[in-house]
Design a protein around this ligand. Structure first.
Ligand code: GUN
Length: 287
């Protein structure tokens, strides 16, 4: 059996085209969907990600508003900037690019975003709603992974899903999403004993480790679907995921890096922003 690549570029293009149509319809009704992105400091990777989000907004007919703050911004100054965006009815989505400089407490900052503008799905309210199975903004990377998994047409209910990584932005919400799809979910992390054997039993494997080549061939069950969330620089300087090449070939389906989960994360942010704009005008499905 040959491994099939799940084409993130194609799937993301389809999602963004639908967002564009809906954004055009909203604009015709007098609503200009708008995403505010807050970038604090000079992290070069964050600057690249934020530029990508601005391009996506332009493509999707969404206005983007960049709020740039210096590296030495205080917590109270940042909270003040967020309060302004929260109160501004022309801003529908707010995203604070992470990581933040060390003097800032990210949890307090995230909690200051109104849940109805929290297009990252990171606030305690949206995370709680996700766990409770209530309507919410779903964090973009796990939402993108689920869409890629669903694109294979394979069943999820009853399958063994293993998530490697327990971060607040990927591992934990990914586990909640898979559980909501009736998968049997195991979450592994740096303290997990017998990691390779657990992974080798997975029908669905989500790798969110951040180490190139971490997932090797013996960790893949033949026929598994492998979703590679890693965005790493390999020894040759090239972008690569957590999965090594022979491991990908052993899977039934796998997501490539680049051209996989990263593009879907960006598309889901556009979808969440559109949903926020529509909901705030009372014209959309409730959150
Ligand atoms: N930094 C890396 N990934 C993300 C993300 O999905 N959202 C935000 N706000 N910051 C990030």
């Amino acid at each position: 059996m040959t491994a099939q690549r799940i084409d993130g570029k194609l799937l993301a293009a389809g999602i963004k085209a639908r967002v564009r149509q809906q954004a055009d319809a909203l604009r015709a009704a007098g609503i200009r969907p708008c995403l505010a992105v807050v970038l604090v400091g000079e992290n070069p990777a964050s600057a690249v990600y934020v530029a990508g989000k601005e391009r996506d907004c332009a493509e999707c007919g969404i206005e983007s508003r960049l709020v740039r703050l210096p590296e030495d911004t205080t917590q109270s100054h940042l909270l003040g900037a967020l309060a302004e965006l929260a109160a501004d009815p022309s801003v529908h989505g707010i995203l604070v690019q992470l990581p933040l400089p060390a003097q800032i407490d990210p949890q307090q900052v995230i909690a200051a975003i109104p849940p109805e503008k929290d297009v990252d799905g990171f606030t305690p309210v949206n995370m709680g709603r996700l766990l409770l199975g209530q309507p919410c903004f779903v964090p973009c990377t796990p939402a993108g992974c689920l869409a890629m998994l669903q694109s294979t047409g394979l069943p999820i209910a009853g399958k063994r899903a293993v998530v490697v990584g327990r971060s607040n932005i990927v591992g934990k919400p990914m586990a909640a999403l898979l559980l909501a799809q009736n998968a049997t979910v195991t979450v592994c992390h740096s303290h997990t004993e017998g990691l390779a054997a657990i992974c080798a039993g997975a029908d669905i494997l989500v790798a969110a480790v951040g180490r190139p080549g971490f997932i090797t061939e013996e960790m893949i069950r033949p026929g598994a679907v492998v979703l590679d969330v890693g965005i790493n620089r390999g020894p040759d300087g090239r972008l690569c995921g957590d999965l090594d090449a022979p491991a990908a070939q052993k899977a039934a389906f796998y997501t490539p890096v680049p051209g996989g989960v990263g593009l879907m994360t960006r598309a889901m942010l556009m979808q969440n922003t559109l949903k926020a704009a529509a909901a705030q005008k009372g014209g959309a499905e409730p959150l």
